[in-house]
Design a binder for this molecule. Structure first.
Ligand code: AMP
Ligand code: ZN
Length: 469
C-alpha cells in the first residue's frame, strides 16, 4: 500500500511502526465558530483514510485535537462578555453535532489543549534546557536556527525565509522566524502558572505535546489540510524532534483545499458556507461522494450544482441497495447463482485504494459494479439469496464502510421519511389486482398516486418494484 508522504515528496510503501496497529493524528478545529464545508473536506478525507486502513485489517488509533484556547476564542468571549471556556464548549458541541451529520466516525480521543497545559510546559522546559527555546521576559520562543532540520517538511530554507519575512513588530525575537511556545498573559486573558510566569501555550506546541502523550514519540500518520504544512507542521517537527531523538512522524498526509472560484474557502476571506448550512440543502452522502470524486491531495472547487449532481450518483447506489433489500427479502436458495466477477471488483477497489487512496477511481469501480449488478438482477429474476447477499456485501464494505456514501440502516428512513414501506407495498398489490380485473383506470390512478409520492414503478417478470425518482 502506497501513501504520498509530504516529507519525502513521493509515494512510499506504508509500513507502520507496530503492525497491525496504526497511530494517526489529525489536526482538529479551533473551536471559535461553526466549521465550514472546507474544513469538512479534511475531516471527511481523514475519516476515509482511517476507514480504509481498518478495511485492510489495521487497528487504527485515531486522535484529533481540539484547539480550545486561541486568540479568536478569547476575542469572541470578550465580545460576548463570557468566558473562553463557554465559547469553546459551545463550538465543541456544535463540532460533534456536525461531524455526526457528516457521518464522520468519531476519533478514539479528542484531547483538548486546555487539559494538556502541564505536558506543554514540560516540553517547553525540555527545549529550554537544550538551549533551543529562550525566554524574553515571560514570552518563550523557539530558536529555529538551533534545529538543523528546520524546513525539511515544507522544503523552505531558513535564509530565504528570513530574507522574505517582513520586519516583525515583535523585537523580542532573535529571528522573525522564531515562533511562540509560551505567551505571556495579557490582562483579561485566561492564563496558567508556569516557570516563566503566568501565560498560555502557543498553538504549535499543543499538537507536539498531545500527539506524544496519546500516541507515543513516533506517530505513523499525521494529517491536516495543506495550510498546515508551514508553519504549523514544520514547527511541530522542530519541537518534537528538538527534544526527542526519534522521528516525530513517519507519514505526513495533507489534504488539498476546498476552493470557491479557485480561492481557498476560509473564514478570513468570508467565502465560506458552514457545514450545517450545506447539510440543510444536501445529504451527507452527496457531500462525501463529491469529495471522494477528487483525489484528496488536489484542489477542488465547491458549488451547489456539483453537490446536486453528486446526489444523482448517490441515488443510483441507493436504488441498487433497495433492489438488493427487496429481492433478498423475497429470495431463497432455490434459484440461480450466475457468473459474476465479484472478486475482480474487490481487487480493483483495493488496487486503486492501495495507490494512495485513489478514491475517484474507487468511485468508478463502485459505479461499474452498480451497472453490472443491476444487469444481473434484470436478467435473472430468480437469484439465490446467498448470491444477492454477497453482492450487497460488496456495497456494504466499499460504498458504506469505506467511503460512507450510502447507509443501509438509513434506507427505509431516508427514502420514505413520510411514507410507510408496507403502505407502498399494499398500493402495489392493489394495482396488480386492478390490472388483473382489467380495471386499468384504477391501476393508473394508483400508479399516479405513487408517482406523486416521488416513486417510479417498474414492472418486471417478478412483479412490480419501485424506486425513487
Ligand atoms: P482550522 O479550524 O482552521 O484549524 O481547520 C481545521 C482543519 O481544516 C485543518 O486540518 C485545516 O487544514 C483544514 N482546512 C481549513 N480550510 C480548509 C479548506 N478550505 N479546504 C480543506 N481543508 C481546510
Ligand atoms: Zn496541529
Amino acid at each position: 500500500m502506497l501513501i504520498y508522504n509530504t516529507l519525502t515528496r513521493r509515494k512510499e510503501e506504508f509500513k507502520p511502526l507496530n503492525p497491525p496497529n496504526v497511530t494517526m493524528y489529525m489536526c482538529g478545529p479551533t473551536v471559535y465558530d461553526y466549521f465550514h464545508i472546507g474544513n469538512s473536506r479534511s475531516f471527511i478525507m481523514s475519516d476515509i483514510v482511517r476507514r480504509y486502513l481498518e478495511y485492510k485489517g489495521y487497528k487504527v488509533k485515531f486522535v484529533m485535537n481540539l484547539t480550545d484556547i486561541e486568540d479568536r476564542i478569547i476575542k469572541k468571549s470578550n465580545e460576548q462578555q463570557t468566558t473562553a471556556e463557554a465559547i469553546s464548549q459551545f463550538y465543541i458541541d456544535a463540532f460533534f453535532e456536525d461531524i455526526e451529520k457528516l457521518k464522520v466516525r468519531k476519533a478514539d480521543f479528542y484531547p483538548k489543549a486546555t487539559s494538556h497545559v502541564e505536558e506543554m510546559i514540560e516540553l517547553i522546559s525540555d527545549l529550554e534546557r537544550k538551549g533551543i527555546a529562550y525566554n524574553v521576559d515571560g514570552d518563550v520562543f523557539y530558536n529555529v536556527k538551533k534545529f538543523d532540520g528546520y524546513g525539511k517538511l515544507s522544503g523552505k530554507k531558513i535564509d530565504e525565509l528570513e530574507a522574505g519575512a517582513r520586519v516583525e513588530v515583535n523585537e523580542q525575537k532573535n529571528s522573525p522566524l522564531d515562533f511562540s511556545l509560551w505567551k505571556k498573559a495579557k490582562p483579561g486573558e485566561p492564563s496558567w502558572d508556569s516557570p516563566w510566569g503566568k501565560g498560555r501555550p502557543g498553538w504549535h506546541i499543543e499538537c507536539s505535546a498531545m500527539s506524544t502523550k496519546h500516541l507515543g514519540k513516533t506517530v505513523d500518520i499525521h494529517a491536516g489540510g495543506n495550510d498546515l504544512i508551514f508553519p504549523h507542521h514544520e514547527n511541530e517537527i522542530a519541537q518534537s524532534e528538538g527534544v526527542n531523538e526519534n522521528q516525530f512522524v513517519k507519514y505526513w498526509m495533507h489534504f488539498g483545499f476546498l476552493n470557491i472560484q479557485n480561492e481557498k474557502m476560509s473564514k478570513s476571506l468570508g467565502n465560506f458556507f458552514t457545514a450545517r448550512d450545506v447539510l440543510a440543502r444536501h445529504s451527507a452522502e452527496a457531500v462525501r461522494l463529491f469529495f471522494s470524486q477528487t483525489h484528496y491531495g488536489g484542489p477542488l472547487n465547491f458549488s451547489d450544482e456539483l453537490l446536486t449532481s453528486a446526489q444523482k450518483g448517490v441515488d443510483k447506489i441507493i436504488n441498487l441497495a433497495e433492489r438488493f433489500e427487496e429481492s433478498i427479502a423475497k429470495a431463497d436458495e432455490n434459484g440461480i447463482q450466475p457468473e459474476f466477477a465479484l472478486k475482480n471488483f474487490y481487487n480493483e477497489f483495493e488496487t486503486v485504494m492501495d495507490d494512495d487512496f485513489n478514491t475517484p477511481q474507487a468511485v468508478a469501480v463502485i459505479f461499474d459494479f452498480v451497472r453490472a449488478a443491476n444487469k444481473v438482477i434484470d436478467e435473472n429474476p430468480n437469484l439465490t439469496k446467498s448470491f444477492l447477499l454477497e453482492l450487497k456485501n460488496f456495497l456494504a464494505k466499499t460504498a458504506e464502510d469505506v467511503l460512507g456514501v450510502i447507509h443501509f440502516a438509513d434506507l427505509r428512513r431516508d427514502l420514505h421519511s413520510s411514507l410507510d414501506i408496507d403502505a407502498i407495498n399494499k398500493m402495489l398489490e392493489e394495482r396488480e389486482a386492478a390490472k388483473k380485473e382489467k380495471n386499468y383506470k384504477l391501476a393508473d390512478e394508483i400508479r399516479n398516486k405513487l408517482n406523486d409520492l416521488g416513486l417510479i414503478i417498474q414492472d418486471s417478470k417478478t412483479g412490480p418494484t419501485f424506486k425513487r425518482k
